[in-house]
Ligand binder design. Structure first.
Ligand SMILES: Nc1ncnc2c1ncn2[C@@H]1O[C@H](COP(=O)(O)OP(=O)(O)O)[C@@H](O)[C@H]1O
Ligand SMILES: [Mg+2]
Length: 314
C-alpha cells in the first residue's frame, strides 16, 4: 500500500496539446480554479503559469480573475528598472543572475469576481510583450528556472505550455512532476498527437505523462472523426481518413491505422460553452456544469487525494 502523502506537499503539472484550440488553456484554468475552490482558504495555494509564448492564452482567459493593482493587468509593462511583471519581467531581469532572480513579486493575484475564491496566482504572459523574449537564447533555461522557483512557493503549480513541441516545452516538462496532454476526444490518432507523443517518448518523458485528456471544444456534430474509438457522431470517416499531409512525412508509427498512443485516455470532458464563458467572466461554473462536474469527478477518480494533497498517482 502506498504511503499517505503529506498534506500540502507541493506538486506540479504541465499541460500540453498537439494542436491549437484543443482546450488546453480552458482545462488548465478550470483545474486551477477547482483545486483552489475545493481546498479552500487553508488548502493548497494554486499557481498558474502561462508559458504559451504564441498566444498568452491563459493570461487572456483569466483577465477577469486578475486582482487590479497586484501587477499590471498583462504581466508586462511599466515596472521601472526590472522589466515588468510576469514571465517577461522575470526573463528580462538582467540585474540578477538567473539563479538569484525572485519570482513572487512578478505574480498576479487571481480571485473570482464575487471574491469568494482567491488563493491563486498567475505568472502571466502577454503575447505582444513576449516578442522581447524570442531573442533570448537562454529562454528554455529561464522557463525551467521559473517553473522551479514557482514550485518552491506553490502548493500546486499548473503550467500551460501551449501547443506543439519546442525546447521550452521540453524544459518545462522535464522540470514538472506530471504531464497531461489535452486533445479532442477523437484526436488520439491524429498525426500531430502522435508526433507530440514521439517527442515525449524520445525525451524520456512518457513515464511522467499521466495520459490523454479527451476534451470536446466544439459540439459533437462538428467533430472531425479522426479516431476510431472516440468518434462522437458515429458516422465520421475512418481512422486518419482524409488527413492533409498524412503519409508524406509519417514516421512508421504514424502510418499505422488506429490508435497507437502509448498512454490511456484519462476521462472525457463534454462540450460546455457556458462553463467556458463563466470561467472567462471570473465565475465558477459550479455543479450544474457538465464540464466542471466531469473535470472534478475525472480528477478525483484519477487521484482520490487530489483535493487534499495533490497528485500522487504512481
Ligand atoms: N469543453 C469545452 N466546451 C466548450 N468550449 C470549449 C471547451 N473546450 C474548449 N473550449 C473553447 O474552445 C476554444 C479553444 O480553447 P482553448 O482552451 O483556448 O484551447 P487551446 O489552449 O488548446 O488552444 C476556446 O474558445 C474555449 O472556450
Ligand atoms: Mg491555449
Amino acid at each position: 500500500m502506498r504511503e499517505k502523502r503529506e498534506l500540502g506537499r507541493p506538486w506540479s503539472v504541465a499541460v500540453v496539446s498537439a494542436r491549437p484550440g484543443e482546450g488546453a488553456t480552458l482545462v488548465t484554468a478550470t483545474a486551477g480554479v477547482m483545486i483552489d475552490h475545493r481546498t479552500g482558504p487553508g488548502g493548497q495555494n494554486v499557481i498558474l503559469m502561462d508559458a504559451d509564448l504564441l498566444t498568452g492564452g491563459l493570461t487572456s482567459l483569466l483577465r477577469a480573475w486578475q486582482v487590479p493593482g497586484t501587477d499590471d493587468a498583462y504581466g508586462v509593462g511599466a515596472r521601472a528598472g526590472d522589466g515588468g511583471g510576469g514571465l517577461v519581467g522575470y526573463a528580462l531581469d538582467r540585474e540578477r543572475r538567473l539563479r538569484d532572480r525572485g519570482i513572487q513579486h512578478r505574480l498576479q493575484e487571481l480571485r473570482s469576481s464575487d471574491g469568494r475564491d482567491g488563493d491563486m496566482n498567475l505568472l502571466a504572459m502577454r503575447a505582444p510583450g513576449s516578442a522581447a523574449l524570442t531573442t533570448l537564447g537562454d529562454l528554455p533555461d529561464v522557463m525551467g528556472r521559473a517553473v522551479e522557483r514557482l514550485g518552491e512557493i506553490a502548493g500546486c503549480l499548473l503550467v500551460d505550455c501551449g501547443h506543439g513541441w519546442n525546447a521550452r516545452t521540453r524544459r518545462i516538462c522535464e522540470t514538472v512532476e506530471h504531464i497531461f496532454v489535452v486533445g479532442r476526444a477523437d484526436a488520439r490518432a491524429h498525426p500531430d498527437t502522435l508526433r507530440l507523443f514521439g517527442h515525449l517518448e524520445r525525451a524520456g518523458l512518457l513515464p511522467k505523462t499521466v495520459g490523454h485528456l479527451a476534451n470536446s471544444p466544439e459540439p459533437a456534430h462538428f467533430a472531425h472523426g479522426f479516431g476510431r474509438r472516440h468518434t462522437t457522431n458515429g458516422h465520421g470517416p475512418g481512422p486518419l481518413a482524409g488527413l492533409p499531409g498524412q503519409g508524406a512525412n509519417s514516421a512508421p508509427r504514424q502510418g499505422r491505422r488506429g490508435d497507437t498512443l502509448p498512454v490511456r485516455t484519462l476521462f472525457g470532458l463534454p462540450y460546455d460553452p457556458r462553463a467556458a464563458d463563466e470561467i472567462a467572466k471570473g465565475a465558477l461554473p459550479g455543479a450544474h456544469s457538465p464540464f466542471w462536474t466531469a473535470l472534478c469527478q475525472g480528477m478525483e477518480a484519477l487521484e482520490p487525494d487530489l483535493f487534499r494533497t495533490g497528485f500522487d498517482i504512481y
